[in-house]
Design a protein around this ligand. Structure first.
Ligand SMILES: CC(C)=CCC/C(C)=C(\C)COP(=O)(O)OP(=O)(O)O
Length: 408
């Protein structure tokens, strides 16, 4: 039996998909959504909560940081321990990821509806607006950014994340909708000129302007980023553009694998997911919440290491949930594991959860270390990163994008 037929073979597959989805959705043993609880082992609220605006009580943050070392040793010991041994060796381990810090369905729906109106205006997902609505991207952004209740701020972030998904769907993934891996790099190259606006010599500029007006995904980026710019500082916009360049390079890499039929090794796929991760939406955490992590700290390699670990872990959760909808020739961590390590689908899912958990545990350890010295803004950014992962977990477990069985 080939790897792919083993992966998609019914009915064991359906059964495994159901069991895996149940484990991923079960928040019963989830760690606390407040990172401070984990790091300090103390009651929540000593470190900046995702819900405390910066400046409310900066003195308390300094005191909390001063208390960390005695607690840190215990955290490090605990985090370094291997996964708790399961009674059943085959069991898929619990996901080491919090649940959502805030769930406000009405707010999510408001943002979602406004996003669908905008999508209709710019022309993305033509004839598929009900499908777009059912994905609940407005709900994703409501869940992942608990630091604000402002629908307009959430909408700005939703527009750009939907533009990203549209590029992925229409240029790379959904061949029946015109995606073509042969054209992906050329299309994404032009699109990057919208993300980081290009000014052409005068006699050619009108052609680019016309292209942007007529290409819905380009117009989605142009208008989404204009909206986002209301809430970003210059460095925040700059780092977002940098992250988009990284994403597009990774999408080109994915297209290249599809063109050649080459299958990535596990390490190579993990590197790819480091670049094709959830960082594009996560990088807006502070902008959406209304504060700024200074560039000096944001680009500190130790901060970037912790942040990218969380971004990769979050996208590996996407790999697990999207297995049911991906095409046979798609590439994901479970598929790479099956191909390289010749394991069953069940083992590949289990191993993917273990890798996810390893990254998330390392994030907590690194965040604890960073909290010893970082600014209150950094404490909050790390707490918000953890909360982002919790909101994302909830969305992945419930969205109709990955759970057609939930469709109306
Ligand atoms: C939100 C977004 C599109 C962020 C950049 C990373 C990215 C391209 C994804 C998370 C989409 O990955 P994937 O193609 O595996 O997602 P689907 O499973 O197709 O939704």
């Amino acid at each position: 039996m080939s790897v792919l037929s083993r992966l998609f073979a019914p009915p064991a597959t359906d059964d495994l998909a159901r069991r895996a989805a149940a484990v991923l959705a079960d928040m019963g043993g989830a760690p606390a959504g407040e990172l401070a609880t984990l790091i300090s082992g103390d009651r929540p609220g000593r470190l900046p909560s995702t819900l405390f605006p910066i400046g409310d009580n900066p003195g308390a943050l300094g005191m909390a940081a001063a208390r960390l070392p005695s607690r840190l040793a215990a955290t490090l010991r605990e985090a370094a321990e291997p996964e708790p041994a399961a009674t059943d060796e085959d069991a898929i381990p619990e996901l080491f990821c919090p649940g959502p810090v805030r769930d406000n369905p009405a707010l999510g729906e408001e943002v979602n509806e406004r996003m669908v109106e905008w999508a209709e205006q710019v022309g993305i997902y033509p004839g598929r607006l009900d499908h777009l609505r059912s994905c609940g991207f407005g709900r994703l952004i409501m869940l992942t950014h608990p630091g604000t209740d402002d629908p307009d701020r959430l909408l700005a972030a939703t527009k750009v994340v939907v533009a990203e998904w549209a590029a992925d769907d229409y240029y790379l993934d959904e061949e029946e909708m015109g995606a073509d891996p042969n054209l992906a790099a050329a299309r994404l190259g032009v699109l990057y000129g919208v993300v980081d606006p290009v000014i052409l010599p005068q006699r050619y500029q009108h052609e680019l302007d016309r292209f942007i007006k007529e290409e819905p995904i380009a117009l989605a980026f142009r208008t989404g980023m204009e909206h986002l710019a209301k809430y970003t500082t210059v460095p925040q916009m700059g780092r977002f553009q940098h992250q988009m360049a990284i994403l597009f390079t990774a999408l080109d890499q994915n297209a290249s694998w599809r063109n050649t039929g080459q299958r990535p090794a596990v390490w190579e796929y993990l590197m790819h997911r480091h670049h094709n991760s959830y960082l594009p939406p996560m990088i807006l955490i502070d902008a959406v919440a209304g504060y700024e992590l200074p560039a000096q700290e944001f680009f500190d390699p130790a901060v970037r290491r912790a942040f990218t670990m969380a971004g990769t872990a979050a996208v590996l959760l996407n790999d697990l949930h999207s297995m049911s909808k991906e095409a046979d020739n798609d590439i994901s961590l479970p598929i790479a594991l099956m191909e390289e390590e010749n394991c069953t689908r069940h083992e590949a899912v289990k191993r993917t959860v273990e890798i996810h958990n390893e990254l998330m545990r390392r994030f907590v350890v690194e965040a604890a270390e960073l909290c010893l010295t970082g600014s209150p803004m950094l404490h909050r950014f790390l707490a918000d990163t953890w909360a982002w992962c919790g909101g994302s977990r909830e969305w992945h477990a419930t969205t109709k994008r990955y759970h057609a069985e939930n469709a109306a």
